[in-house]
Design a protein around this ligand. Structure first.
Ligand code: SAH
Length: 227
């Protein structure tokens, strides 16, 4: 079973973009995951293929039409497709590592990328879209948010990262931020290496890393420590 991403967007040319580089790109080319894009405008209205209109009730900006988006979704994914249908949205549940793991455990994701002021609310319910945010700030469109979500997923797919998938030791995996890393040279601009890391004593190293992770988490993200 591979991870399959379907993206609905007004800018399909943006994909795979950065996801075509490095290990994610190799994984894409070797079939460890796959990506298809669907142009929402193909389902636009009339000769000009209109996809948006003025907000009901007035106000600035434009809103993506529900009928156009629904037609695009219906054409791109069969009703029985088991993958979650996500709408990138600043109002959504904030993406975290647990959600990423859940997506990777399934067969992939369908992602609708918003633009303008957003999408007509009725299509969210009508097509069972789950809103997902990547953080408390406003982007100009959902495409880069979708790429962030996909990058976080793809690196967890077995085979994509090879040995680098340190998995369990990374930030958030155990509810802590990660301990600090060091490598060569042994001394740099008068700074040495932490004593414990030179000891060769694996239990001591593990203990030191755990203490550091707890200290950094307490200092920077005490919210992660709350039950
Ligand atoms: N008027 C909206 C913002 C629209 S931004 C509001 O105030 O909530 C345009 C599109 O960019 C959105 O429809 C969404 O798809 C995407 N987007 C913007 N910020 C995002 C974020 N933090 N996370 C995920 N998607 C975001």
């Amino acid at each position: 079973m591979t991870f399959h991403a379907s993206i609905l967007t007004l800018y399909p040319d943006m994909f795979p973009g950065p996801l075509g580089a490095s290990l994610a790109g190799e994984g894409l080319r070797s079939g460890l995951w796959s990506l298809d894009t669907h142009q929402i405008r193909d389902h636009g209205i009339g000769r000009h293929r209109n996809v948006d209109d003025n907000p009901a009730g007035g106000g600035a900006g434009m809103v993506l039409r529900c009928d156009v988006l629904a037609a695009a979704i219906d054409a791109a994914v069969p009703a029985e497709d088991p993958r979650p249908r996500l709408l990138m949205s600043p109002r959504g549940r904030r993406l975290d590592q647990r959600m990423v793991r859940d997506f990777v455990a399934g067969e992939g994701v369908v992602i609708v990328c918003g633009r303008f002021e957003g999408v007509d609310e009725r299509v969210i319910e009508g097509r069972g879209l789950t809103e997902v945010s990547i953080g408390d700030y406003i982007l100009s469109g959902g495409e880069m948010a979708a790429m962030v979500l996909l990058d976080a997923c793809v690196r967890l797919i077995p085979g994509v990262m090879g040995k680098q998938a340190s998995g369990q030791e990374e930030s958030f995996e155990n509810g802590l931020l990660e301990y600090p890393h060091y490598t060569r040279p042994r001394e740099w601009e008068g700074r040495g290496l932490p004593e414990a890391l030179l000891s060769g004593d694996h239990a001591r190293i593990a203990r030191w890393r755990r203490e550091q992770a707890e200290k950094i988490t307490r200092e920077r993200r005490p919210d992660l420590l709350k039950p």
